[in-house]
Design a protein around this ligand. Structure first.
Ligand SMILES: [Zn+2]
Length: 509
């Protein structure tokens, strides 16, 4: 059977600093109203906890009956019947508009999102609470916190859900119209956003994919009886096979550089389905010669990559990290000096916050860039698997180093883990797997003659008297990682003498 994996990434678009105050207020008012609505429904469900334990009988496919908890749809309907006035129920038990008159005209999709959020929050709290009671009420009782959710704009709340960006290509500022609670009514408000070129391309591709899905859906529906069941193939056809924009949200973040210290941005989740790749080991068993990329991660040289096709090394790529190291070391020295000048650190006061943020940004950028280069390299050579070394726990350097030098060394090591994490995420979006292999001896064995070599700084020299070979130590590591992948790596023979007595423990069986 075909299984698919759902991938999500987010495109972030900044909303302009110069947005007029009325619009800013509209966003904040809408968010407040939305969260008040969630809070209202949280209270509602907290008053009706029994429904989370209640079971409904249903008929299984084979004709027998079973029991199941309420579905999300049933919980939603239950909440709506008891809180909204309709012709069928003119006097609900807990009318929403009595508490929140402004919610009367709230878009249906937003109100339903509020209910669903409330269900999730109360359900999670309820199960933790039950466990707390079962454990004899130790510690403080779990609290049902207040909601703080960003507003999400569903199809009926965005004027152009596909946002037609192509038509306004020539302007740098694009507007996205969203429905907000503004001056006592719901209306469309134009958000000035900055759309970078990459996002523009991705959103255009998403539009094309959405059009394809609409077409496929219409074609299938045209030949289907109403409510007819869809086959697995038909359902697969209408899944996003390219990145497809979903309902976006507006986030508010604290930022001193913006008016009222608030920065607004639009986050657009992009969804794609890919066929779940087979496990790397299964792929290798089927095609031992399959193209792979192996990566040796280091400190001064951030990454040495090699692409292998049909067991042959066809390309290499080096990413240098000397500059990054140097820059980071400088920043860490400045921090260190400042600390010494200011004496004791005060608890709860972050020292040198700005400089530390700079260091963090430096590392995060580097990790992302290296990861994207690795994945790009793998794609270029058609590799389905990227082999990294398994990163062991950090060990401080043996040689003498200054305080900031040691810190720099440690951060450099930590960065390797970050690179692997980013690469794993990025690669998976392309259907490429990452695996880790034991790095033991990878930088000590000669990749050609299976003899131990000597490493001096960055140079590796083979010590086999019949083999003249010198190479970059990280390059050797990368070559040997390929051997670990194909399981042809030969560990050095232990130089034990044959007549050496066996340890006592081995004899005592
Ligand atoms: Zn050799």
């Amino acid at each position: 059977m075909r299984t698919t994996a759902r991938l999500i990434k987010t495109i972030k678009l900044g909303i302009h600093k110069e947005m007029n105050p009325g619009k800013r207020k509209a966003i904040l008012d809408t968010q407040a109203l939305y969260n008040q609505t969630i809070a209202f429904y949280m209270d509602f469900f907290a008053d009706h906890l029994a429904i989370f334990d209640e079971k409904k009988g249903y008929e299984k496919k084979d004709g027998t009956t079973g029991e199941r908890p309420w579905t999300a749809q049933e919980l939603l309907t239950f909440a709506e019947i008891h809180t909204l006035e309709t012709k069928a129920h003119p006097h609900p038990m807990h009318p929403l508009i009595e508490i929140l008159p402004d919610a009367r005209t709230m878009p249906v999709s937003l109100r339903r999102a509020a209910i669903n959020h409330a269900v999730g929050k109360v359900k999670a709290w309820y199960s933790v609470h039950k466990r707390w009671e079962a454990d004899g009420q130790q510690g403080r009782p779990p609290k049902l916190g207040a909601p703080n959710e960003p507003i999400t704009f569903y199809a009926d709340m965005a004027q152009n859900p596909d946002f037609d960006l192509m038509a306004r290509n020539e302007t740098r500022h694009t507007f996205i119209a969203v429905k907000l609670w503004s001056e006592d009514r719901w209306k469309f408000v134009q958000m000035p956003v900055a759309i970078h070129d990459k996002a523009r391309l991705e959103l255009a591709a998403s539009q094309a994919e959405q059009a394809r899905i609409r077409e496929e859906t219409a074609t299938i529906q045209a030949v289907k009886a109403p409510r007819g069941t869809w086959s697995a193939e038909e359902r697969a056809l209408i899944q996003p096979q390219a990145w497809c924009a979903q309902s976006f949200s507006i986030y508010v973040r604290k930022d001193k550089r913006y008016p009222d210290d608030q920065r607004f941005s639009i986050h657009i989740p992009m969804e794609k389905r890919i066929e779940t790749p087979k496990k790397a080991e299964i792929q290798r068993a089927a095609h031992p010669d399959m193209p792979v990329v192996t990566v040796d991660l280091g400190v001064n040289r951030l990454a040495v990559m090699g692409a292998f096709i049909n067991s042959q090394l066809v390309a290499t790529k080096f990413v240098h990290g000397g500059e990054l190291n140097h820059h980071r070391h400088q920043l860490l020295s400045v921090i260190n000096n400042k600390r010494q000048q200011s004496g004791r650190l005060q608890p709860d006061v972050q020292d040198n916050a700005f400089l530390w943020e700079k260091v963090r940004n430096l590392d995060e950028n580097a990790a992302r860039q290296v990861a994207s280069q690795i994945v790009g390299f793998a794609r270029l050579h058609g590799a389905q698997v990227i082999v990294f070394e398994y990163l062991r726990q950090y060990r401080p350097p043996k040689e003498k180093m200054s305080r900031s030098g040691r810190k720099n060394h440690k951060r450099g090591y930590w960065l390797r883990g970050q690179i692997v994490e980013w690469a794993r995420d990025l690669a998976f979006r392309e259907g490429v797997l990452t695996v880790e292999r034991n790095p033991a001896y990878t930088s000590q064995m000669c990749p050609h003659c299976r003899t131990l070599g000597e490493r001096k700084g960055h140079r590796f020299t083979c010590e086999n008297p019949d083999h003249v070979y010198q190479a970059d130590a990280d390059f050797v590591g990368m070559m040997n990682l390929y051997k670990k992948w194909t399981k042809t790596f030969a560990y050095p023979r232990k130089n034990k003498k044959a007549d050496e007595p066996k340890p006592v423990t081995a004899a005592a069986v």
